[in-house]
Design a protein around this ligand. Structure first.
Ligand code: NAP
Length: 339
């Protein structure tokens, strides 16, 4: 049994972490915190936890957090996580950061995207990108995990097999629709119910920070000579990311070949589902699955690859717990039965 804490437990991803971890057989949740001024029953903040836990949400105190846990999940905004990570690592504890603070190896890349100087450059090289389908062995040995962004999870998992096989040429067009919870719990005019209900819109065309994250993780070797166009959109559903990716092949390909390629890469991964059908969002909401489907045109030259995940589960808290399972030697699927 390991002791874990969640910093940022009142946010969307923190709440999802607590929800899944409370029924994880190898975990005791010993510390949760937010910017609350006084300790407050978690079930008072979220009544759905009434009679499930009597834990109190604490005003964040990093020393108490480190002393009471083997592992800390940081469900904090970027630039906040890097204030705490060095202290946690120094005490020999493990940390899974859900923010973007440790996803880039170069501080300059971070600064250009997040417009802040990185405060903990020396630990950037220690971090492992927590996408188990690509970096399982590194995750097992890591002390610091940079949990991936939600869009990058859906995009990288969809593209990785085809890029690894060097089958794609030219331009890749990525159209991703995200649930409103992707933006966090903070209030904003754009995300007011009356604006968002029955509505959706595109944002940050060409400049969204998740496009460089995808490029960083796939690496020059896989993406050289390709160009990407990524258009994120936010829509009025509660959970999920649906990425539709348009691409062209260097040679003639049919669906059977694609089936074989995706199976080769993912058949041993418990949270990737390769259906014969086009994925539907509701099939993955509330689960840690990434559903991937594809269609090829009659000439065998062009394809659409579609992936669907729950942004708060496989795109955040679920993936973080999958990483925890690997770091502590538990079976990768432990704790997901309740989903
Ligand atoms: N939402 C998603 O789908 C998603 C997916 C992947 C990754 N992420 C990343 O995960 C992180 C958390 O996202 P979220 O959506 O859960 O955010 P959120 O709903 O806005 O929650 C943020 C949490 O951090 C706390 N917090 C905010 N500023 C703080 C500060 N200066 N010091 C200490 N605590 C602070 C908040 O506490 P109070 O409630 O007391 O203010 C709250 O508990 C972000 O970095 C985000 O980019 C999110």
């Amino acid at each position: 049994m390991i002791k874990v804490g969640i910093l940022g437990a009142t946010g969307f991803t923190g709440e999802k972490l607590v929800e899944i971890l409370l029924s994880h057989p190898e975990v005791k949740v010993t510390y949760i915190a937010s910017r609350t001024k006084e300790p407050v029953l978690y079930s008072e903040i979220f009544p759905k936890f009434y009679k499930k836990t009597s834990i109190k949400c604490q005003p964040l105190n990093i020393k108490e957090a480190i002393d009471s846990c083997d592992l800390l999940f940081l469900s904090l905004p970027h630039t906040v996580s890097m204030q705490f990570v060095p202290k946690i690592l120094k005490k020999g504890k493990k940390v899974i950061d859900l923010s973007a603070d440790y996803r880039f190896k170069k501080a300059a890349a971070y600064k250009s995207l997040y417009e802040k100087e990185h405060q903990d450059k020396k630990n950037l090289k220690k971090s492992v990108y927590g996408l188990p389908e690509l970096f399982k062995e590194e995750i097992k040995k890591a002390q610091l995990i940079a949990n991936p962004g939600c869009y990058p999870t859906s995009i990288i998992l969809a593209l990785y097999p085809l890029l690894s096989e060097k089958l794609v040429k030219g331009k890749i067009v990525i159209d991703s629709k995200s649930a409103i919870t992707g933006a966090g719990r903070k209030a904003s005019i754009d995300y007011h119910y009356s604006d968002l209900a029955n509505n959706f819109w595109a944002y940050k065309p060409f400049v969204h920070q998740h496009q460089p994250e995808v490029a960083e993780i796939l690496g020059q070797n896989l993406i050289k000579s390709l160009t990407f166009s990524f258009l994120p959109q936010v829509a009025s559903f509660e959970a999920g990311i649906y990425s539709t990716i348009h691409l062209s092949f260097k040679k003639k390909i049919n669906k059977n070949i694609l089936d074989k390629i995706y199976n080769k890469y993912y058949q041993s991964y418990p949270f990737i589902r390769l259906g014969t059908k086009i994925p539907k969002l509701k099939d993955v909401v509330g689960t840690n699955f990434c559903d991937i489907g594809f269609a090829v045109d009659k000439k065998g030259q062009n394809a659409v690859v579609i992936s669907a995940i729950d942004n708060l589960v496989k795109g955040a808290a679920g993936q973080a717990i999958q990483n925890m399972n690997l770091m502590f030697g538990f079976k990768e699927t432990t704790g997901f039965l309740s989903l």
